[in-house]
Design a protein around this ligand. Structure first.
Ligand SMILES: O=C(O)[C@H]1NCC[C@@H]1O
Length: 332
């Protein structure tokens, strides 16, 4: 591997890490953001492993790589990366990146709120950063149109156990399972990871995932284990995504997809706010459906999600040729 010197800023949103690459990456080639995503996958994947894997990262690390936007309205564009590859959307990242873009002067600071238009692989996402007394704070974002793929789909799990799932899109495709339909508790992470594997495999057999605009978006990104809290307007969401990665946040793109589902089922009206909580870290996002729209010929909604991202550090990552573990490894 070449001599590397990569500068990053680390943040977290609701406990979910975000490693923002600031400098030291080669130029990413491609006319569109999806071409750039394909380029890094084919040509620069060793750098994802270098920054996401141990000893510099860990199994559940998440990253954002700035690239040149290819739509005129965008203020910035980012590719995302995790333990398996390059996802199409990430809400927790957009919340942190909204602050980062204003703090870095990529967009001019404006009180009481600064709008930052971030191009993501799934499309243009608008972030609105609260700005007060010279400081950035809470971020709300409006994602790409979200739509429902299937509701009440019956799938067969290996243990002769049939369960009902929903599938919905919020910048990425998610399968939703009510955790009470499984004999599992949120604290049983290994059990949930096994269930996630089985659910993903069963759904992939039964359903063709298809986005009206681009085939690069056609894959199930994660499984979300949900629970409506009785007597409270709060929904628990635990997302397992990529290669069994566990989201510490309530999962911004998952919340977007879930709000599309709730709206479709008549369980939430426009502008009605819902709270989503990660059952392990107890971090929260607030969300509402703000409009109806279309995605191709599908009925869709525009969803807003709000949360807080915080800075945790800055690093320069270097390499040494004589280091046998230089290129990164994972112990699960
Ligand atoms: O907030 C989100 O949308 C994400 N968090 C990790 C997995 C998803 O990309």
């Amino acid at each position: 591997m070449e001599d590397l010197n990569i500068n990053v800023v680390d943040m977290h949103t609701g406990g979910e890490p975000l490693r923002i690459i600031v400098s030291g990456y080669p130029t990413v080639i491609g006319d569109t953001i999806l071409e750039k995503r394909a380029y890094v996958k084919a040509n620069l994947d060793h750098l994802r492993k270098f920054l996401m894997f141990e000893p510099r990262g860990h199994f559940d690390m998440f990253g954002a790589l700035p690239v040149e936007p290819d739509v005129a309205e965008a203020d910035a564009a980012f590719l995302f990366m995790h333990n398996e590859g390059y996802p199409t959307m990430c809400g927790h990242a957009v919340i942190a990146l909204g602050r980062y873009c204003v703090d870095q002067g990529i967009v001019e600071y404006k009180e009481p709120e600064t709008e930052v238009k971030i191009q993501c692989p799934c499309g243009l996402v608008k972030a609105f950063v609260t700005c007060k007394d010279g400081c950035t704070d809470t971020v709300r974002f409006q994602s790409v149109p979200a739509f429902v793929v299937e509701t009440n789909l019956m799938i067969q799990l290996q243990a002769n156990h049939e369960i009902k799932v929903d599938i919905s899109y919020g910048g990425a495709f998610y399968v939703f399972v009510n955790i009470d339909d499984l004999d599992l508790h949120y604290s049983n992470i290994d059990g949930l990871k096994n269930a996630c594997r089985e659910i993903k495999a069963a759904v992939t057999k039964q359903v063709t995932i298809s986005h009206p605009d681009n085939i690069s978006l056609n894959f199930i990104y994660g499984v979300i284990f949900t629970k409506q809290c009785p007597n409270e307007d709060k929904i628990l969401e635990l997302c397992i995504f990529a290669d069994q990665q566990l989201d510490r946040s309530p999962c911004g793109s998952g919340v977007t997809a879930m709000m599309a589902l709730l709206h479709h089922k008549g369980l939430v009206s426009l502008e009605k706010q819902k709270t989503f909580e990660n059952p392990l870290t107890h971090s929260k996002f607030l969300s509402k459906v703000i409009n109806t729209t279309k995605c191709g010929d599908k009925a869709a909604v525009v969803v807003e999600v709000a949360g807080n991202g915080y800075y945790t550090g800055k690093s320069t990552f270097t390499s040494e040729k004589k280091d046998r573990l230089n290129s990164g490894f994972l112990l699960v």
